[in-house]
Design a protein around this ligand. Structure first.
Ligand SMILES: Nc1ncnc2c1ncn2[C@@H]1O[C@H](COP(=O)(O)OP(=O)(O)OP(=O)(O)O)[C@@H](O)[C@H]1O
Ligand SMILES: [Mg+2]
Length: 193
């Protein structure tokens, strides 16, 4: 199963979500789990250099050609982190996705970039958004979740803003974050099957 994490906007939580989702997949202990880093910046690869996630194999695939290959011949669960800028890499990944997760933030200019990402995704592929670094209990967050539900875009998760998640590769996989992404993964699996 190929799970592509994408949003044409930068800095929304793609890499964080990819690493945590791969960790959540590995925690199932059933399938082989691969994290494909298709971002030429190599943020996920850097993360793994500092702090590899047990049970997850990292594959660097920073080009259209390499990402196509990484998504063509693996069994198990493949999570793909995509770059914010390189549309060709993103499109190549989206075409081979079984499910697409679009990380976003609450409020502001976010919806237009989510919609742009949805438009790039082939119509028959399951898509859902994950609100990252969310401030729980705020009106902004409530309005965002309601707007997406009204727009018939499933909200697969709301990940709270936590210092331990923000520390990224400098810290360990943070338990509360892992649990939130395990719930996202369950929603993905349900949407795909
Ligand atoms: N739940 C969270 N709580 C706190 N900080 C978070 C959370 N999720 C993401 N962040 C922080 O938000 C910032 C952007 O996250 P991340 O690098 O994952 O985004 P990205 O979409 O991959 O960025 P880019 O487009 O540059 O690749 C990082 O500093 C990250 O630590
Ligand atoms: Mg990134």
């Amino acid at each position: 199963m190929n799970i592509v994490v994408g949003n044409v906007k930068g800095g929304v939580g793609k890499t964080t979500s990819s690493v945590y989702l791969a960790a959540a997949a590995a925690a199932r202990g059933r399938e082989a789990v691969f994290l494909v880093d298709s971002d030429p910046q190599g943020s996920a690869a850097e993360w793994f250099e500092q702090n590899p996630v047990e049970g997850v194999e990292l594959i660097e695939a920073p080009s259209e050609r390499t990402v196509v290959r990484a998504l063509s011949n693996s069994d198990g669960i493949v999570v793909v982190d995509t770059p914010p800028g390189d549309e060709r890499i993103v499109r190549a990944a989206l075409r081979r996705a079984d499910a697409v997760i679009i990380p976003t933030r609450a409020g502001g200019v976010e919806p237009s970039r989510v919609l742009a990402t949805l438009e790039m995704t082939p119509a028959d592929i399951a898509c859902g958004i994950v609100v990252c670094a969310a401030r729980l209990g705020t009106n902004d967050l409530e309005a965002t979740v309601e707007d997406w539900s009204n727009a018939k875009v499933p909200v697969w998760g709301v990940i709270p803003e936590r210092v331990a998640i923000a520390s990224g590769p400098a810290g360990r996989i943070y338990r509360e974050g892992l649990e939130a992404y395990q719930e996202v993964l369950r929603k993905v699996m349900r949407a795909v099957r």
